[in-house]
Design a protein around this ligand. Structure first.
Ligand code: SF4
Ligand code: SF4
Length: 482
């Protein structure tokens, strides 16, 4: 079959900037990107790309396909695909300089002693040792774009070393000096890793736990943990909270299509209760009976992300009890961080669904779309944490006339970075501002409260929660003449 693709061409001696070149090549059905690159190379031997094992084991053929890092030898080629180098310094065409990234990966320095890792330790190390050093994770890490962070695979190696009894001493101070606390917990490195190495949860959070045991947690993170311990919330209330004001059961306007408990999360509860009330209004239109247990508390995400887990179990048990005692079978979240935490860090006797998953099941009555051009900011804990990207776009398409995409990237508000390292958070917020400006949208829509507040600080366009936009559109619909 004939396939058309676009490949990036760049020669530093000849070109001012990379350019996309269109190629039509003959490949077999189900061809991998590497087959396409080989076909192009046969026609133009000056075209440069890198590959070795052809079996997903050496990591040398990593490229970006339609913007996403992939291994060329395992990813299927598609008509019209855009194939570019990883976002690392380019040597030529698709070949990037891997040396700086690979030299940042710490290597074990064994003590020469007789101690060998036990089977349990080997089992603990296994999820961290499959790295093929493709540097896909390094190429997309937002923290590395604005700080001197050594990167996800360096932290992965630090944790692998920390678990190994053959390594003498303790390298936690080294990991901190290499940027352990700059990681925003965006989880992007996990999602692009061809070996599915869960670096944020299995390495970075665990290293932060070691740092915590050694008294090295950032002072601001310690304050947040103390607030959770004493108040059950990770933020101070600046007004009467949602949980103080809301009724315990909210009935829909029409028939009950579905019943769900609502886990509000600290920010909606204590800082943005009006958003949570907008969610209730949308649920009334959607036919959802909402139950709001008043004894729910912080989900514990700020503690897990910053490695302060000493009283986490108590929090988890309390939240599970709050919903279980009311016979709730489905718990609905609107905060992406709470949703990801309840789904991945809890063992719940109920199912957890994001509000956008629920709304795409129930639907809404026909809405008159608002006359705006909107773009959507993917919250990391929704896109990477829960792999939810289609649903919010579908729902937004009900409420606005025009939609434009912008590249997904962490806004900088997660992982304790906004509280602990505000300059880094601000630098990432400014990168979002540039992307928003390039998109041409006149409205930015998101759904995570942390993203909403942080992007508002860095955007000259209005930033609204998806629930606010839906309520605006529902009100707009009511005003439309018959
Ligand atoms: S979670 Fe995000 S910020 Fe942290 S190391 Fe991975 S890509 Fe970088
Ligand atoms: S951790 Fe995964 S994405 Fe990062 S270099 Fe290793 S294999 Fe590649």
């Amino acid at each position: 079959m004939e396939m058309q693709v676009y490949v990036s061409r760049y020669s530093p001696e000849r070109d001012a900037a990379p350019r996309l070149e269109s190629w039509n090549v003959e490949v077999h059905e189900g061809a991998r990107i590497l087959n396409v690159l080989e076909a192009i190379h046969r026609k133009d031997p000056s075209f440069a790309y890198r590959s070795s094992c052809r079996a997903g084991q050496c990591g040398s053929c990593a490229v970006r396909a339609d913007g996403e890092p992939v291994l060329a030898c395992t990813e299927e080629a598609k008509q019209g695909m855009v194939i570019e180098p990883l976002d690392l310094p380019v040597i030529r065409d698709l070949v990037v300089d891997l040396i700086p990234g690979i030299s940042n990966i710490p290597r074990i320095a064994t003590c020469g002693c007789e101690t060998l890792p036990s089977p349990e330790i080997v089992a603990g190390i296994r999820p961290l040792r499959d790295c093929i050093e493709c540097l896909s994770c390094v190429s997309i890490c937002p923290a590395m774009k604005v700080t001197d962070f050594f990167g996800p695979t360096s932290m992965r190696a630090q944790m692998r070393i920390a678990l190994d009894p053959r390594e003498p001493g303790n390298r936690i101070r080294e990991a901190i000096s290499q940027g352990l606390f700059t990681c925003t917990s965006c989880n992007r490195c996990w999602r692009v890793c061809p070996k599915s190495i869960e670096t944020p949860g299995k390495a970075i959070e665990k290293l932060r736990e070691i740092a915590n045991r050694e008294g090295l947690t950032l002072p601001r993170h310690q304050e947040v943990a103390e607030l959770v311990r004493t108040s059950g919330r990770s933020v101070e209330a600046t007004k009467p909270t949602f949980l103080e004001q809301a009724d315990e059961i909210i009935e829909p306007y029409g028939e009950v299509k579905l019943e769900a408990g609502f886990f509000s999360g600290c920010l909606f509860n204590a800082r943005l209760p009006e958003r949570a009330f907008e969610l209730l209004e949308v649920m009334r239109h959607a036919g959802v009976r909402v139950i709001i247990p008043k004894d729910q508390i912080c989900c514990g995400s700020p503690l897990i992300r910053t490695g302060q887990t000493s009283f986490l179990e108590e929090i988890q048990n309390r939240n599970i009890r709050a919903f279980q005692e009311r016979g709730i079978k489905t718990v609905m979240t609107m905060c992406a961080g709470c949703g990801a935490t309840l789904k991945h860090d809890y063992d719940t006797p109920f199912e957890v669904k994001d509000i956008t998953e629920i709304l795409t099941i129930t639907g809404l009555p026909p809405i008159q779309p608002l006359p705006v051009t909107a773009t959507y900011h993917d919250p990391c804990h929704l896109k990477n944490g829960q792999q939810i990207t289609r649903e919010p776009r579908e729902i937004l398409s009900w409420a606005v006339e025009r939609f434009v995409e912008m590249p997904a990237q962490c806004c900088g508000s997660g992982g304790g970075v906004k509280s602990g390292l505000p300059q880094e958070a601000a630098a990432l917020g400014e990168l979002r501002k540039e992307a928003i400006q390039k998109s041409g949208a006149d409205l930015v829509v998101t759904i995570c409260p942390f993203c909403e507040l942080h992007i508002q600080d860095h955007s000259d366009k209005p930033v609204k929660n998806l629930m606010t936009v839906l309520v605006d559109a529902l009100n707009n619909t009511r005003k439309e003449p018959e």
